[in-house]
Write a protein that binds this ligand. Structure first.
Ligand code: PGA
Length: 249
């Protein structure tokens, strides 16, 4: 049985005090949702206050990126050890916005994933095709390449500790959610790639989240798909009522 994950990706939204207020508001719903893993990925300056607000609850706090070195002359970067020191438990890696705007590659996804795992952070590693790639019929090739060059480089024991996220770029922030059939086909492909690389038991255990215009109105149907184990949610995670509705789904 894979415990479903509801992960909010706040992107560049919410200050430290807004994050704390949100977590306080979510707390009663979270406490009743024992069959869900609840994660909030806040911006760096809001992480510490989100962790404090979530103390003693089942809400886990995630970063949205990290650098692979433990320290050094990397202006503007944050290391895994800095994140664990303030109580973060998860980190998103390889989000398409990082790939698109900040030069993230499958190679740097791999380095960041290793750094996260070495520090005991759970990586949430994102893959997904663009609209052009989908329309050219290249979805499978793209996912295969991202998987192979990214998480496919890990050892099985490392792979067993992470969460995967399938986020078709054309569905992110566009209101254009993948249909359950389209999403499930990609999730199934990713799980079969995991079987080939890491074996049936590791592949059966890994959670694969869907991301891209998830809302309370479409999440239930997505969650019924065999290989969809939760959601990585941007826009609909910003409002406590809508995020609580997702947690209750
Ligand atoms: P969205 O973003 O839910 O706003 O489409 C999802 C994501 O980018 O993780």
């Amino acid at each position: 049985m894979r415990l479903p994950v509801i992960a909010g990706n706040w992107k560049m939204h919410k200050t430290a005090s807004e994050a704390a207020a949100f977590v306080d508001a979510l707390r009663p719903t979270a406490e009743r949702a024992l069959n869900r893993e609840i994660i909030i990925a806040a911006a760096f300056p809001a992480l510490a206050s989100a962790v404090r607000a979530a103390d003693g609850t089942n809400i886990r706090i995630s970063a949205q990126n990290l650098h692979w070195e433990s320290q050094g002359a990397y202006t503007g970067e944050v290391s895994a050890g800095m994140l664990t020191a303030i109580g973060c438990t998860h980190v998103i890696i390889g989000h398409s916005e990082r790939r698109q705007y900040f030069g993230e590659t499958d190679g740097t996804v791999h380095l960041r994933t290793l750094a996260a795992l070495e520090s005991g952070l759970t990586p949430i590693v994102c893959v997904g095709e663009t609209l052009d790639q989908r329309e050219a019929g290249h979805t499978e090739t793209v996912l295969r390449e991202q998987f192979t060059a990214g998480v496919g480089q890990l050892e099985t024991v490392q792979f067993e500790q992470l969460i995967l996220a399938y986020e078709p770029v054309w569905a992110i922030g566009t209101g254009r959610t993948a249909t359950p059939e389209i999403a499930e086909a990609s999730h199934k492909l990713l799980r079969s790639l995991a079987v080939g690389r890491f074996g049936a038991s590791a592949a059966a255990a890994v959670r694969i989240l869907y991301g891209g215009s998830v809302k309370p109105s479409n999440f239930g149907e997505l969650l019924t798909c065999e290989n969809i184990d939760g959601g990585l949610v941007g826009g609909a995670s910003l409002d406590p009522d809508s995020f609580a509705a997702l947690v209750r789904t």
